[in-house]
Design a protein around this ligand. Structure first.
Ligand code: 1HN
Length: 351
């Protein structure tokens, strides 16, 4: 900072003295050496990270063998930790990989955090969300909206893993953390099974008269449904950034599945060279199959099946196809940014 005159020094000194007098009234004035309140563009602490399946797989096997799943305790999860943050995968949400062994029950509880599960490997587990019991098979998405009771049980033969994403950092920042165990380890199942799926599962037809609901009443989005839709969309002209991409939607209002986090499924085909874009908000990708690369800032992540990537806010990123067709699952916090009026994006100019 340039100091031009003695009056500048006097003013700085006056601010310091004023501050000292203000402390006991719990007030402050800005000091010239305070960190600025505003920056022209976001200053981002979160880092963009690439996690490789070749590193994760042995760690997951160890976790499943060596770490017990206690009733009423935390889930058995490997958290994808962001080195730029104290906690979490991005600045708003946590992504972890949950391991459940045959015969185990992850006991029932609820919390204010919105959650989703995306099944990575294995078959034969069930989740019960507020009395609706849904199978969890590879590629399925199941939602657990805020404050819904949920428990999971595994009736299959082999260990299973799935991705859990929870908006925990938003919940913490809002000082809105509530948690409650269910009185029994498992919830009973509703008399009419799968009510939400029966009412809204087609996505195109629904009982008459329902125009709104406090939260998305549809909890499961099956792999078969989502992948069929994506392959239909592959017949359209490619999206310049994402090749082929569809979002999972709330069937009542067409909005995102959860209030804070959106999910999408994407195909990236060999030869695709996506344009670069940056936006406020953060994303995590899971590579379901195939290979390709994503340039993030000045780095390139060469990804393949089973890998994860986190993209930090306001960071340029673009995708490129590999040697095989790839399918990626994505979670982002755009609904939160949009709801607050903070969403921005900038796209690379066409050359
Ligand atoms: C949680 O409750 C689940 O219910 C999964 O399965 C992962 C990660 C952090 C905090 C709570 C679950 C979680 C979690």
């Amino acid at each position: 900072m340039q100091l031009n005159s003695t009056s500048d020094h006097a003013e700085i000194e006056a601010r310091r003295k004023l501050q000292a007098d203000l402390e006991r009234f719990h007030c402050r004035v800005h000091q010239r050496d305070d960190a600025p309140v505003f920056t022209r563009e976001p200053k981002v602490d979160m880092q963009s990270v690439h996690w490789r399946w070749s590193d994760l797989e042995p760690l997951l096997q160890r976790l499943g063998r060596e770490v017990a799943l206690a009733a009423d305790g935390p889930r058995r999860t490997l958290r994808l930790h962001n080195p730029g943050l104290e906690r979490g995968t991005t600045n708003t949400f946590w992504a972890s990989i949950q391991v459940i062994n045959p015969g185990e029950v992850a006991t029932a509880h609820r919390h204010t955090a919105n959650a989703l599960r995306f099944i990575m490997r294995g078959n034969g587990a069930w989740t019960n969300v507020d009395g609706e019991r849904y199978p969890m098979n590879e590629g399925d998405l199941v939602l657990t909206p805020a404050w819904a009771f949920h428990d999971h049980m595994h009736e299959g033969e082999e260990p299973m893993i799935w991705l859990d994403v929870l908006d925990l950092s938003i919940m913490h920042m809002m000082r809105a953390t509530f948690f409650e165990p269910y009185p029994q380890p498992e919830q009973p199942t509703d008399i009419v099974p799968d009510a939400g799926l029966r009412r809204f599962g087609s996505g195109l037809m629904a009982p008459p008269g329902i125009r709104s609901a406090p939260t998305n009443p549809l909890l499961p989005y099956s792999a078969a449904m989502a992948q069929r839709a994506l392959h239909e969309a592959a017949g359209l002209p490619p999206d310049p950034f994402d090749d082929v991409i569809l979002e999972y939607r709330n069937p009542i209002d067409g909005g995102p599945t959860l209030r804070t986090m959106a999910q999408a499924l994407q195909l990236i085909r060999p030869g695709f060279e996506g344009r670069a874009r940056r936006n406020t908000g953060s994303k995590v990708y899971y590579v379901m199959r195939g290979n390709g690369s994503t340039t993030v800032g000045d780095r390139t992540f060469d990804w393949r099946q089973g890998d994860f990537m986190a993209i930090a806010p306001w960071t340029w990123h673009s995708h490129r196809g590999g040697t095989e067709e790839s399918m990626l699952f994505q979670v982002n916090d755009l609904p939160t940014l949009v709801a607050l009026g903070y969403y921005r994006e900038e796209v690379e100019a066409v050359s």
